[in-house]
Design a protein around this ligand. Structure first.
Ligand code: HEM
Length: 115
């Protein structure tokens, strides 16, 4: 996801930036959703009690963003007169997704005592 966002920020003069951005972004979203699925299964098979702590809500919010951002990315081309607004929402929600994903990862590492 970081490489996809970097492509949109720094290599927009290359012809292939959008194909790269789209593919890297979708792979990033896929990885986040796969991780969220693994976390839900892990909790279901152990404690069985979901959404106990802050990290889990951050993870859920990250997963929602990982779905919403690419949907907005595709939808901006179909939104007609509202495409400018959708484009701005895509840009800001994309930046926010990187931030919240990073905080989710840090709190997860903290939970398992990595730092
Ligand atoms: C989770 C996946 C994605 C993330 C996190 C993401 C994030 C971003 C961000 C942060 C920007 C703005 C970069 C900047 O200028 O600062 C951007 C731009 C853009 N993204 Fe995505 N994106 C994703 C997927 C997609 C998809 C699937 C499409 C569909 C084709 C797409 C189309 C675009 C386009 C066209 C722009 C340029 C908008 C403009 O003209 O300013 N993105 N994206």
């Amino acid at each position: 996801m970081i490489s996809g966002v970097s492509a949109a920020m720094y290599i927009r003069r290359k012809r292939w930036w959008l194909a790269f951005h789209r593919t890297a972004g979708l792979l990033g979203s896929g990885a986040i959703l796969f991780g969220a699925g693994a976390a839900v299964s892990m909790v279901a098979l152990s404690l069985g009690e979901h959404f106990r702590i802050g990290h889990t809500y951050l993870g859920a919010a990250t997963a929602v963003c990982a779905i919403a951002v690419p949907v907005l990315g595709f939808f901006q081309f179909k939104a007609g007169v509202r495409s400018g607004m959708i484009r701005a929402m895509h840009r800001w929600s994309g930046r926010f997704t990187l931030l919240i994903a990073f905080v989710t990862i840090l709190t997860g590492l903290w939970l398992i005592g990595i730092f």
